[in-house]
Design a protein. Sequence first.
Length: 405
Amino acid sequence: MSTQDRSAPSRPWLIALPTVALVALGWSGFWYYASNKAEATMAAWRAREADAGRAYGCATTSFGGYPFRIEVACASPSVDDRNLSVSIRAHNLAAIAQVWDPTLVIAEIAAPVTVAPLDGAPNAAIDWTLAQASLRGTPRAPERLSVVIEKPVMSQAPGAPPVPPSSEAAPIARAEHLEFLARFLPESQPGRAVIDLKLDAKGFTAPALVTLGGPFGALAAAPADASIDAVVQGAADAAPKPLPQQLRDLAAGHGRIEITNARLQQGDLIATLSGPLAVTERGTLNGEFQLVVVNFAKLVPLLGIDRAVAQFVPQDTINRFAPTLDRFLPGLGNILRGGGGGAGAAGNAGGNSNAAANAAALGAVALGGHETEFEGQRAVALKMRIDDGAVYLGPLKVGQIPPLH
């Protein structure tokens, strides 16, 4: 046997082992660095929110997720908001970030959540099947916040007085799906942010309000889908502030809220609205909008237009308009001929109810509306404006919004 044959066998793992150990040691150091950075970022977010009057807390906090994630578990999370005088308590919060991208945090909140006055007993509880939030950015440069909640239900907390008093067994409100998104657009500049806002609610009802009766009771009785897309232009900065201060800054900077699309659908009633909205220095609203409604007659009683028109339009005038209105608003001819039915006459009987229903139909023409088409259906287009908080459809005032600060 030669000397070469008697040499020791090759052991490549002896060379690889130190390399693997070095990589593992380096990755562990990177993970602990990222974990510490994530913890510092959370502390900075808390400090930022505290400056806005919102104190966040956890009974206990733990970190994990090694080697590829950073996981944070917050037991009994809480929020005390001095501006709203509200205290919120939850069961548990779990947040996750990838170790190579700690600026994107995804969190899941376990129900139930209780809502109470500061230093008071809970008066409402919120439950859901799933609640998730994602936050992108840093405290000094936030980029995006999104929240998704599946099947939320708000009800009175045990022992709290029901709202309204006769609805103790009914939830206050519920929905099949809620989604909220806020993000800073690329055209944002220092001192003048541009923020895109989206809110979407599916299958929303407010069972506790049904017992109140009136138009709001009727609107709350059946499930509705609502969404709003808006762009806030001219926000001073991204710093957290109480809402009244944010509105003052928006007014001082001559900013506005561009509602690109707001939509409400309940059954065959569809209403969409778009246009600019501005806040005055004293907190009132100004705006001018395009309102498009499918099945306008169902919206009329919700806005009180039927009652307002009935007060100043004689019945014989309503009757003269009947043929025009029958073409303008299909399906209302029977109402105008005294046949009853329609939103303005539902649940009533006699001549007075027919007069109210006829007035509701006349309202579309009296408000300066014109016929249009929306999603393949015949609809009514109207001008809606808000002047120093007063809400008008055409010449008719239909509501008043109090100052927001």
